[in-house]
Write a protein that binds this ligand. Sequence first.
Ligand code: SF4
Length: 498
Amino acid sequence: MIVSTRTVYLETMGCQMNMLDSELVLGRLRQLGYRPVDDMAGADVVLINTCSVRDHAEQKAYSRLGALKKPKAARPEMVIGVIGCMAERDPDGIFEKTPHVDLVCGPGELSRIPAMIEEVLETRQKLVALSENKSRRNSLLARAVDHDSVEALDLSREAGLPEQVTQAYVRIQRGCDKFCTFCIVPYTRGAERCRPPQVIVDEARLLAEHGCKEVTLLGQTVNSYAFPENGRRVGLADLLERVNAIEGLERIRFVTSYPGDFTDDILQAMRDLPKVCEYLHIPVQSGSDAVLKRMNRRYTVGRYEELLARARETVPGIALASDFIVGFCGETESEFQASFELVERARFKNLFCFKYSPRPTTVADRRLPDDVPDTVKRARNLAILQLQERISLADNQSFIGRDVDVLVEGFSKAAVKAQEAEQFRGSEVGWRRADQLVGRTRGDRIVVFSGSQADIGQVRCVRIQSATALTLFGELTPAAVANTVTPRTADVRRTTGP
Ligand code: SF4
């Protein structure tokens, strides 16, 4: 094994998949002696992990790459790599627009990164590594390298684990077969492949042995997880049961679910397995059946609402979250109104709402006109977000006076800023806010409260005193201050007072 003394800067854009990929790449590089740094322009190796889901995300990646032009001219030995979905989608475009980039590597080939860096340094050739289906049409502007199994990267986790890990992602599947007409993921991440259950359980156990309290099982459509084992099919509910048995873990989450394949055994697992959190992120995308059909989403609004009702009935206290796209091809005012009304009825804990932006190669881009004006998209986006803000505020206010279990993630961003301000300017605000911690309830609600370093990585009981649409604010309960272990219950089951 070649040990490096180089520095590496890795910046991540996009979803949890990218965050996990970055963590694994950085873990592998750290294992090889690379030192992660925060200074992009001064690093020996710069990797930008990109997202292609929206045009805006790609423009942001190009802007970051543009900022590297001068540092690269000053230090030609610097290695610049573009990884992730944009790399997979348009390698030649990247080399054309940003010729100072040295390597481009798709999300399925990330285990190649250390070898690619070495090869760039040795040969000064531009390199590209794409997944199997794409590598057949090798890049014109760079030499294609052999592809390798990404499983090897997932399994390299042990060497790359940071010293303190409270929460971690565990991939259970890659790619997607659904081909929603707006989505680029099946083209950049390939067909759906599931990891063997034993590999997933071993990885989760390894994380627990390193002190991890919460794992999130990751996939594009986690509920369609299926793996053949001894003549039977292991599904997500079976997997949750196996991960639930791991000693040391306290919480299990899974994202993202697809409404079409969501079976009741998963809801029952959420109800019966104590470590599985009462939180379900289940994107609907539109409240109009006609729009869902144009999107090739294989369910109706009625079926979706039935699923929400079953989830609430089976899993008391469950928090539901969703995603919406507004301004999709041909979306009329009444079709948008149907989305608006669905948000009103569904009472989500939170939602993510995006303006439709066509992605190259998708069916929608090739066959459906992007005919909703941007001003209309903006207005619809704002209307949904404002409505959800009111719903989230009312939901969060219902927690005032209640005790909730919080897995403490660290100092809140405001506290970190205040600590820096205190350090540099002796600010009074910093003094008052420097002990603010942030964590999440089982239902994925963000909680800010005063505590100490010793609380980080622990589950603490917090009494909620005030709320905004995004955040609950509280204080440690006397039992939590005394460090008494608290029961693990859904957010809404525990109340204080009469
Ligand atoms: S289910 Fe649809 S939106 Fe989700 S990743 Fe697959 S194609 Fe994309």
